[in-house]
Design a protein around this ligand. Structure first.
Ligand code: SF4
Length: 939
């Protein structure tokens, strides 16, 4: 390994705002590269696949990004989001120094710059005062699956060992806490029993509530590659929506939202009736099968199919296939977890694998695919309010004694803290008076998000540490603390298959940004707690975490403490506890457990069952709230291919923005026609908790009648009315506390726009007078979709006030009779902005791609000016929306190529247009386009 310094040109380019050396400890940041010439090997910060990335800073403030061919999660592949990481590392919009409110009562946007000393002393004084007056349970931390394990470890240690409360929860509560609860119930510990190789070697993959093609694209690509080698591999998708993942499915079961337990209980009973029971495994390694079978009942397949809303023949086909296939992996994701019965859904799936003995051997098992890059690492250090650390439990006195003894801490929390939704309820009710929110945006992502915003507005002290300056949540902070971003962070993450990988910095810390672990340690010192937080580096923290995992954990009668082992825990990485900083820098991806003294059988998955696995009897239950006459539809939420969470990072990448530029709602043609909504027009989706306005997509193949789908990503910085979290039913699973994101009663109405249009501009426009808008990043401009309820009386005045326009040449055309208007502003021959608006359908407006391409020209030609005036591209067809983000290939270009070249496969499209030949994220869409033109897809 060699050391790599970021080029000085780049250092110069990245704005430095050092205000002298802070009194708090200076931080030494080492940068390590071992990924080739100038490249650093690190890990993608998005989904739980945990792909290895090679990254190298560029002098223009972006970065070269490549897949790491040596990383066992992706072997060099990256999806569209990972490939575009280089576009997201600029300092635009970064929070670069601490800020505090002018006074406790001052509006939250009246903050001033502060030094780290001042900011942290202020936070610690306020925490001390609130704890003194109201007790430790009046303060809380709300953290994130974006944090590295080392950050998480310090946060959890601080809260549970020193603050004296367990009020620390994480946004991972929102995506996989039901899986955690299901694992703990079945295996006694939060253990994921599968690996990615199991997916490749399975003969049947059942994907439940998982749009793998868009949400975990590299894993999806691995499965497709494996199936190409073994075409006999079968894929079944169980999902209320027909997602892009279904393009490769042998069978799709579009079950009613919330009916998964009925479906898997039916499978359990069918397996039993069919004799697909591993008696030996049941006898020696499990308990509780009789109760689970009794609870599963004996309903007919027709009855179960009716309850699930699917064809009995399809359900029977699935049951037969499952029963007949030994190597089965059931992979599940948010569609299972995000439910008021999420934990039971997980248990119902695990029960089927236990009964058939299809677990703990290659190519089989229940497999929770996590959403976030480090949801697993957070679980390992106890980052959830109901966990302790190193897979120990708050309720177990021996565990508490072990952890407190190891930490030498003044306290140890002895009961679970508040889970995410309950935590923000407690803030709303004034029971929690100070909250420190780290690397997450709950004002967008939590259910009933308007209530969350109101709660934070009332909260006595809101501290937000983030790398982005103006998230919806940061706007409500009394204190803002600048955090290191991806590319600057140093630590580890754990992916869905329990693989720990290094995230290494390849950029210097800008301004006064600092790692989260550092600011937590400095806060601890300000609180007067020096011992316990003297970490100098991420490596220090990791080895302490590794030591704790191995303490009194194993078959040895006694460890160095002389106290003997307690019940062994499967999470054990003690073999990594002696890493030197240099070895930590060089650490290769490794799957846990990595104990110092391996347990007998730990070389295979049999170790999972050393204490036996437990069946859990599950009952089919209806979702938390039901539809009624006022809210007759079911709203489902999820992700799109090219965005991540609340878009604070992906929203900055032009490559990613052009796939889907505005919030949308997918609905069935019958529901659309009943509501008078047409394709591409605006619709208002409303629930008991809130409303959004989004573009309608009539997706009769995608959603069933009576249900609508909306993506979760858009926030107030990217759309005027797109925060879907504000609509979501806040009911939670009683065991896991995970909210019901997939089932909210809703209604939909047409949003009667008097005009619609779009603005492409190099400037930040003033959008007063525009009733609806959505923003998307462009390469040298931003694009805004716009709509209004009333036509402006003077378009030119309206546009000038939006742009704050000074001198320039105007090209302008208005057809008052038709209600259409178009204008372009040129400055010294270069396009500065253009607006197209129409009272007619939005589909009559010209191509955004064509107009966006004009922003690359230093001088518009006469033909361009004429085309702007005419409102259509001269001599060229509209390319349509972008499909392939890697090579900017658009829909109409692909359709034309298919028709003209009589193409029948995605590979043929790739050969002709390159689309789909890099990350492969667009392959499902290519297959849909092939199907659309009636060409049979052969791959
Ligand atoms: Fe990142 Fe894509 Fe890999 Fe997920 S699949 S880790 S988003 S590159």
């Amino acid at each position: 390994m060699s050391c790599c310094l970021v080029p000085t040109t780049l250092r110069a380019l990245r704005k430095r705002l050092d205000a002298g050396v802070p009194r708090v400890r200076a931080l030494q940041v080492g940068m390590t590269a071992d990924g080739g010439v100038g490249f650093t090997r690190t890990t993608c910060p998005y989904c739980g696949v945990g792909c290895g990335v090679r990254a190298r800073a560029k002098a223009d403030g972006t970065a070269d990004i490549q897949g790491d061919t040596t990383h066992p999660a992706n072997f060099g592949r990256l999806c569209s989001k990972g490939s575009a990481l280089g576009e997201t590392v600029s300092l635009d919009g970064r929070l670069l120094y601490p800020e505090i409110c002018l006074s406790p009562d001052a509006p939250r946007d009246r903050r001033r710059r502060a030094s780290w000393d001042e900011a942290l002393e202020h936070v610690s004084e306020r925490f001390k005062s609130i704890i003194e007056q109201h007790g430790a349970d009046a303060v809380a931390l709300y953290v994130s699956g974006q944090l590295l394990t080392e950050d998480y470890y310090v946060a959890n240690k601080l809260v549970k060992g020193w603050l004296g409360t367990a009020n620390i929860d994480t946004n991972s509560r929102l995506c996989m806490s039901s899986a955690v609860a299901g694992h703990v119930r079945a295996f006694g510990e939060d253990v994921v029993p599968c690996s990615y190789e199991d997916l490749e070697t399975a003969d049947l993959i059942v994907l439940v509530g998982s749009n793998l093609a868009w949400c975990h694209p590299v894993l999806y690509q691995r499965i497709l590659a494996a199936r190409e080698l073994r075409p006999e591999m079968k894929i079944v998708v169980i999902d209320p929506r027909r997602t892009p993942t279904c393009e490769v499915a042998d069978l799709h079961l579009p079950l009613k939202a919330g009916s998964d337990v009925a479906l898997f209980n039916g499978l359990l009973a069918y397996l039993f009736r069919s004799g697909v029971v591993d008696d030996d495994f049941l006898t020696h390694h499990t308990r509780g099968s009789s109760e689970a079978l009794l609870a599963a009942g004996s309903e007919s397949i027709e009855g179960i199919a009716a309850r699930c809303g699917i064809e009995a023949d399809s359900l029977f086909a699935f049951y037969r296939l499952f029963a007949a296939t030994n190597k089965v992996v059931t992979a599940f994701s948010m569609g299972v977890n995000q439910s008021s019965s999420g934990t039971d859904k997980v248990s119902a799936i695990i029960n089927c694998h236990l009964l058939s003995g299809r677990i703990g051997a290659p190519g089989m098992g229940p497999f929770s695919i996590t959403g976030q890059p480090n949801a697993m690492g957070g679980r390992e250090v106890g980052g959830l309010a109901n966990m302790l650390a190193a897979h120990m439990t708050l309720e177990d006195p021996a565990h508490r004694e072990l952890v407190q003894g190891f930490w030498q801490s003044p306290h140890i929390a002895d009961r679970p803290g508040l889970k995410a939704v309950a935590l923000f309820d407690a803030i709303a009710e004034g029971r929690v008076k100070a909250v420190w929110i780290i690397a997450t945006n709950p004002v967008v992502s939590l259910p009933d998000a308007d209530k969350v915003r109101a709660a934070l507005q009332r909260c006595e002290l809101v501290v937000v540490s983030d790398c982005v300056a103006d998230t919806d949540t940061a706007q409500l902070a009394h204190v803002l603390l600048p955090a290191a971003a991806w590319g600057e962070k140093d630590g580890t993450v754990t992916n869905s298959e329990r693989r720990i990988s290094r995230q290494r910095p390849f950029l210097p810390l800008p301004g006064e940004a600092r790692p989260d672990w550092w600011m937590l340690c400095e806060f601890a010192r300000c609180m007067g707690w020096n011992a316990g937080f003297g970490f100098e580096s991420a490596a220090d923290i990791f080895v302490e975490h590794a030591r704790l995992s191995g303490t009194r954990n194993g078959l040895a009668a006694a460890d160095a403490s002389g106290k003997g082992s307690i019940k062994p825990r499967l999470f054990n990485i003690e073999a990594l506890a002696d890493l030197t900083p240099r070895q930590y820098d060089a650490m290769e991806p490794v799957r846990w457990p990595v104990p110092r003294n391996p347990l007998p059988g730990s070389s295979d998955s049999a170790w999972l069952f050393q204490h036996g696995a437990r069946f859990v009897a599950t009952q089919d239950r209806l979702p938390g709230n039901q539809t009624d006459d006022n809210y007759p539809l079911v709203m489902n939420t999820g992700r799109v291919r090219d965005h991540w969470h609340t878009m604070t990072r992906t929203g900055r990448a032009p490559k990613l923005a052009s796939h889907i530029a505005a919030p949308f709602v997918t609905l069935h043609a019958d529901d659309a026609s009943a509501a008078g909504i047409r394709e591409g027009e605006l619709a208002r989706v409303e629930t008991r908790w809130g409303a959004v306005v989004a573009r309608a997509r009539i997706g009769t193949q995608e959603v069933t009648r009576g249900s609508v789908f909306v993506p979760i990503h858009w926030n107030d910085a990217f759309a005027s009315a797109g925060r879907v979290g504000a609509l979501v039913n806040p009911v939670v699973d009683a065991v896991s506390g995970e909210p019901e994101f997939k089932h909210t009663p809703a209604r939909i109405t047409a949003w009667a726009a008097a005009w619609q249009g779009f603005l492409l501009t190099r400037r930040i426009p003033a959008l007063a007078g525009v009733d609806w808008w959505a923003r998307a990043a462009g390469t040298q401009h931003c694009s805004y979709e716009l709509a209004g309820l009333k036509r402006p009386s003077n378009w030119n005045e309206q546009l000038r006030s939006m742009l704050g326009a000074g001198a320039g040449d105007w090209i302008e055309f208005e057809d008052r009779a038709r209600g259409s208007y178009r204008a372009a502003l040129l400055i010294q021959g270069r396009l500065e902005a253009c607006l197209f608006a129409s009272a007619a359908s939005v589909t009559t407006l010209p191509s955004r791609q064509w107009l966006a391409s004009l922003f690359a020209k230093e001088q518009l030609e006469a033909a361009d000016r004429a085309a702007l005036l005419a409102g259509r591209r001269a001599g060229g067809a509209d390319a349509g929306p972008q499909v392939c983000a890697c090579f900017s290939v658009c829909r109409n270009t692909i359709l034309e190529a298919i028709r003209e070249g009589r193409l029948t496969s995605a590979q043929q499209i790739g050969r002709q247009l390159k689309a789909g030949t890099n990350c492969g994220s667009c392959l499902p869409e290519l297959r849909s386009l092939l199907a659309l033109t009636n060409a049979p897809a052969t791959t």
